[in-house]
Design a protein around this ligand. Sequence first.
Ligand code: IPD
Ligand code: CA
Length: 264
Amino acid sequence: MQLPLESLCKTLIDIVKDTGTFIRSERIRFDENAIEYKRARDLVSYVDRQAEMMIVEKLKNLLPEAGFLTEEKTINREGAVKWIIDPLDGTTNYLTAYPVYATTVALATPNEVLIGVTYDIVEDKCYYAWKGGGAFCDNTPLKVKPNAVLANSTVIVGFPYDLGSRASSYFELIHFLYENTLGIRATGSAAIDLAWVAAGKIDSYVEFNIQPWDIAAGYLLVKEAGGFVSDFSGTENTYTPEIVACGNVYPEMFQVCSKYLRIP
Ligand code: IPD
Ligand code: CA
C-alpha cells in the first residue's frame, strides 16, 4: 500500500510540536526530586513517559496497521511499518537544565525510514523529511555541508551511556579527530546531532551503542539533505547501534571511524 507520506509528515509535525510544547512548559516547574534512574547515569522522569503517551494516543488511530517501537515502552503493538518514538531525546540535558533536547519520531519499514520529524524544543525549530521529498527546517530546505576534507571539518562525537569494549579505541579516535579536524563538539542529543548534520551546521556525527529511536528520524533527515549515513562497516541500516553521518566529508570520516571502531 502506498502511504501518503507528505500529508502524514505534516500531521506528525503538529503532534511532535504539541508534545515539545508540553515538555518545554514542564521544564519551568520541574522539580529535581522527580528524577528517576533506569540504571547508573541513565535518567528518566514522568515528563518522558507522559510525553510518549501523548504521542502514542494521537498516532494509534492515524495508521491502525502500524506498530510501535518506543523508548519508554508505553505501548505494545507490532506491525511491519512502525512508529519509532523518542519523546525526549537529551533527557539528561533536560533534567539537568542543559538546553539541548528534542522530541523525535519516525515512521519506518524494516529496511528504511519513510518519515522523520525532530523538534528542537529549546530553539523552537522543527526538522522534517519524508522519503523522496527532501528535508526541511520550518519550510526551508536542508543541505549538508559540501566540504569534503576532514582537516577542514567539525565533528560531533556522541557519548553513549555505555562505551563497552570500545572505550579505549573511541578515545583514540577522539584524540585523532582532535588533532586532525577544526574541532570536536558534543550536544547530548543524537536527534539534534543528526538534524544539525542535515542542516549543514556540522560536517559529521559519530556514535555507537545507541537505539533506533535516537537516530531513526535523523537518519532520513541526513539522507534527504544529500548526506551519507552508515554503520562502521559501511552498511546502511536504520536499526544499527553504530552510526557515522556526514555531509561530503563522509568518505574520509568513514575511513577513520572504521579504522578505529570496526570490530572485524
Ligand atoms: C541519549 C542521547 C545522547 C546519546 C545517548 C542517547 P536519551 O538519548 O541521544 O546524545 O549520547 O546514546 O541514549 O537517553 O537522552 O533519550
Ligand atoms: Ca534518546
